[in-house]
Design a protein around this ligand. Structure first.
Ligand SMILES: [Zn+2]
Ligand SMILES: [Zn+2]
Length: 267
């Protein structure tokens, strides 16, 4: 019985469906558990409480999201376990902000994702002026290490997401990449196997198999997530993902409740 820990819904402005539509899709897919993890509001781009409509919900909307997640969890109790989460940005230097922020709420888990290097989005087709792919990749990995060490997160999202727009100049296991996995392992943070890379036509998930194998080697716990932006994405690619996890040596998956991790057998 699998769990999908990475799902979005209409509030972020670029996903479709209500929270309950994702929960119903999870029941139809035969999951035992679903995690709701919409994009956190954006805090690092100035004082505007809603600086990028279409990217994330506004700061004012967040309490409504929390309340509705609790209602949905209670309404579906006995049919499927609904976990309350958020996919939070991590931005270098914002450790204290995010650590304190996520302590304030009764969440089951927080995914920390590096979507931004300062004010540059990793989904931008062009690099920032004057930067090379090599130094952007180095900054991305150092930012990922800082996210792991921040104490703000339970799971790191889509580990090699910088590849989405082709910005990773060297896809081998470089010394800095291996060091990053060791930092994640010693921080006691999980990663996710995010199946959306297959959906986006990359031909591989996040992280790619070689990197997932290194994570397994160092004992980094793992969750499964579809990164659903539509209810029909829930549990997408999960049979292939389970095969991949077994192939690289994983035998269990992580679950979270009240920000405590526990392990369940993969099969
Ligand atoms: Zn999204
Ligand atoms: Zn993300």
């Amino acid at each position: 019985m699998l769990a999908d820990y990475h799902t979005h819904h209409y509030r972020c402005g670029h996903a479709g469906g209500q929270l309950e539509d994702y929960v119903e899709a999870a029941i139809r897919a035969g999951l035992s558990e679903i995690g709701l993890s919409d994009h956190s509001p954006i805090y690092h781009l100035g004082d505007d409480p809603h600086p990028l409509p279409g990217t994330a919900m506004s700061q004012q909307e967040f309490p409504h999201y929390l309340r509705e997640m609790g209602d949905v969890r209670d309404r579906f109790a006995g049919r499927i376990a609904v976990r309350l989460g958020v996919e939070s940005d991590y931005v270098l230097g914002w450790d204290e902000h995010y650590r304190e922020l996520w302590r304030r709420y009764s969440l089951d888990y927080v995914i920390g994702s590096v979507h931004w290097l300062g004010t540059w989005s990793i989904f931008s087709p062009e690099l920032p002026p004057g930067r090379t792919p090599e130094d952007i990749y180095e900054e991305y990995l150092l930012t990922t290490q800082a996210a792991a060490r921040s104490g703000a997160y339970d799971i790191l999202g889509h580990l090699d997401c910088l590849k989405t727009r082709g910005h990773i100049p060297d896809l081998s296991i470089t010394p800095l990449l291996e060091e990053t996995v060791r930092v994640i392992a010693s921080a006691g943070v999980a990663i996710e196997l995010n199946t959306s890379g297959w959906r986006k036509g990359l031909g591989e998930p996040y992280p790619r198999e070689e990197l997932l194998a290194v994570c397994c080697h160092y004992g980094v716990p793992v969750t499964l997530g579809s990164d659903a932006h539509s209810p029909d994405h829930v549990a997408a690619g999960f049979p292939e993902a389970v095969e991949l996890l077994e192939r690289v040596g994983y035998t269990s998956l992580s679950r979270f409740e009240g920000r405590q991790r526990f392990e369940v057998p993969l099969r």
